[in-house]
Design a protein around this ligand. Structure first.
Ligand code: C2E
Ligand code: CA
Ligand code: CA
Ligand code: CA
Length: 285
């Protein structure tokens, strides 16, 4: 590393200032982006392994910034969380994703269950379930075509509003998935308490897998993945593997009965039009 010399402190404060200016600017621009409808939603397919069909998609937000181009959520979700803008942002994503899912459902090429990521700030709002009902109704989308992705920590805070919303969502017929499964807390008690239909195995457990993982006793990731699949199935849940990038990972997951896979090997997240094109290809193949 280069020596900062006597100006190390100056360097530090300058870059900190540049950082916070940039962050303040992004924060103001994000507020405007919400008003000006600059958010777009991309869709990443989930491939069902037993049928080789795409039956689902994860909705992932992007920001079409007028000067900076397409900005990924890693650059603005945290700002949105910290400022409370995540509620408006999340609502906008839900509306767009439900409208898109309704288009695929009513006009083809195939019904696609769309999964939307939630923030705990959304799920602990008093009338969140009613808001979802309203969005479904105005999009004309059946509730079973919407899935919500939650993280383990959201269920472990024991917030009454969260529990009530989840119960109401289940009655409506909305599916709930646990995102990044295995990376959160060690207690699995919440799996009994909440009506979870899907576990999404975090990419961290998938990335080192390959077709030889089976024969390698020291491969802890392989053991964990097998255990998650077995546990999910005995609890009557579906399993989705995230971050599948290589054919060897896919064949391991197939061999062990994983239900669905998602990752760059199948497709990167795509704009809705690209996703529709992929569905048409998938139907022909
Ligand atoms: P996530 O929910 O875990 O979403 C999966 C992320 O992994 C996405 O990144 C996706 O593009 C990426 N990914 C998919 N397949 C692969 C693969 O094979 N390899 C690798 N290395 N990555 C893969 P993205 O779109 O940048 O989103 C990042 C995170 O931002 C999401 O992680 C989610 O936590 C958050 N996010 C995205 N959209 C929303 C939203 O509408 N609301 C909220 N609250 N959070 C969102
Ligand atoms: Ca997710
Ligand atoms: Ca995830
Ligand atoms: Ca993640």
């Amino acid at each position: 590393a280069k020596h900062l010399g006597g100006n190390g402190f100056q360097f530090f404060t300058d870059s900190l200032q540049a950082y916070s200016l940039d962050r303040l600017q992004l924060e103001n621009q994000l507020r405007k982006a919400l008003d000006d409808d600059q958010l777009v939603v991309h869709y990443q397919p989930k491939l069902h392994l037993s049928t080789d069909q795409i039956g689902g998609a994860e909705a992932l937000v992007r920001w079409q910034h007028p000067e900076r181009g397409l900005i990924m959520p890693g650059h603005f979700i945290e700002i949105a969380e910290e400022t409370g803008m995540i509620i408006a942002l999340g609502d906008a994503v839900l509306v767009k994703a439900c409208q898109q899912a309704a288009e695929w459902y009513h006009c083809g090429p195939a019904p696609i269950r769309v999964a939307v990521n939630l923030s705990v700030q959304q799920l602990r709002q008093n009338h969140f379930a009613e808001r979802i009902a309203q969005i479904l109704e105005s999009a004309n989308l059946p509730a079973e075509m919407l899935e919500l992705e939650l993280t383990e920590s959201m269920l472990l805070e024991h917030l009454d509003a969260v529990t009530e919303n989840i119960a109401a969502l289940q009655i409506m017929g909305i599916k709930l998935a646990i995102d990044d499964f295995g990376t959160g807390y060690s207690s699995l008690a919440y799996l009994k308490r909440f009506p979870i239909s899907t576990l999404k195995i975090d990419r961290a457990f998938i990335s080192e897998l390959n077709e030889f993982s089976e024969d390698n006793a020291a491969d802890h990731d392989a053991a964990i993945v097998r255990a998650i699949i077995a546990m999910a199935h005995s609890l009557n849940m579906n399993v989705v593997a995230e971050g599948v990038e290589e054919a060897g990972q896919l064949s391991f997951l197939k061999q062990h009965g994983c239900d669905e896979v998602q990752g760059y090997l199948i497709s990167r997240p795509l704009p809705a039009s690209g996703f529709t094109a992929l569905l048409l290809e998938n139907a022909e193949a």
